[in-house]
Design a protein around this ligand. Structure first.
Ligand SMILES: [Zn+2]
Length: 309
């Protein structure tokens, strides 16, 4: 299509020739007004993420996040319970997961403060409002998550892949890091922006074909890379947390090797969609190892044996 993508459709064009130049066209004004509004509100809401020093935009307050996370968790746990898939707290799997969760959560304040200090930012306080809890769900699904506000779930299908306590701690650290980094809230901010863009495009009467091309561009050029950068951030913060809780950070490399060797259908959905190329991920983890070992040495002076709880 070589015609003006924002112009009227062909049939209309024949009947009603253009009356005005580019800036006389109200559609352009709508899009320009949207772009200015979006830019002002987006850059006006820019904050610095204390865990990574990266720019961040949040779509909800920490209090709202805790509430949303608790609601979603109640739903997941309720459904699992109704289907008899919620493991009792005294089951060996629940005990193991709870113990790892406790040790990781225990180090959240120190690791948060250390990372913020490294980036010259005030220590984050949002984790203080977290309502932590952990559940284990009996399912073939190899998955785990931590919802905003600290609601952790581990699916038993993950355990044959993690194979040991250190690797399970690395996965749980990664998931907890997503919640600490407020990635859900950051995705909400991005979705709001995309929705505003869609609304502006709808009002301006943009050609639907052009609209879907732009949509695909946004998906591959913005949303997926954004997801991948969140994965790298969670790998980084999660590894420091696991090391500070005296788990062996080196367990992360064979873990992700096992994870990436899983077939597409078996691969955990959270890990498959936006996750970086496995080779890049392992390289990234290896580059983080010296820092992780510093955390380990700082918080585990006795040099707790790898794997020992
Ligand atoms: Zn992740």
């Amino acid at each position: 299509m070589s015609s003006d993508p924002f112009g009227p459709g062909r049939s209309q064009q024949q009947g009603a020739p253009r009356r005005r130049g580019l800036f006389g066209n109200v559609r352009w004004w709508i899009l320009i007004a949207f772009a200015v509004y979006a830019a002002v509100s987006w850059f006006g809401s820019k904050e610095t993420d204390p865990y990574t020093g990266a720019d961040a935009h949040y779509g909800a307050t920490p209090e709202e996040e805790v509430q949303l996370g608790a609601q979603a968790f109640q739903q997941v746990v309720g459904d699992a319970n109704a289907q008899g898939e919620l493991l009792p707290p005294d089951s060996p799997q629940s005990q193991a997961v709870s113990q790892i969760a406790r040790r990781l959560i225990d180090k959240v304040p120190q690791v948060s403060a250390d990372l913020a200090a490294m980036h010259g930012v005030a220590a984050p306080t949002s984790h203080q409002g977290f309502e932590w809890s952990a559940a284990v769900i009996d399912s073939e699904e190899a998955n785990a998550f931590c919802l905003p506000g600290g609601k952790i779930a581990v699916y038993t299908g993950l355990l044959p892949i993690t194979q040991n306590t250190d690797a399970l701690a690395v996965v749980m650290g990664h998931e907890i890091a997503h919640a600490l980094l407020r990635h859900g809230s950051q995705r909400m901010a991005q979705q709001k922006l995309v929705q505003m863009g869609q609304m502006a495009a709808g009002v301006s009467g943009i050609d639907p074909q052009v609209m879907s091309a732009i949509g695909a561009g946004v998906q591959y050029g913005v949303i997926l890379p954004y997801g991948r950068s969140h994965e790298s951030q969670a790998d980084e913060v999660g590894l420091m947390l696991a090391a500070a809780a005296c788990y062996n950070p080196e367990a992360s490399v064979p873990l992700w090797e096992r994870m990436s060797s899983l077939g597409g259908g078996q691969r955990p959905p959270e890990f498959a969609s936006t996750h970086p190329d496995p080779a890049n991920r392992i390289q990234h983890l290896q580059s983080l190892m010296p820092q992780a070992k510093q955390f380990y040495q700082k918080y585990c002076p006795q040099g707790r044996a790898a794997g020992a709880p």
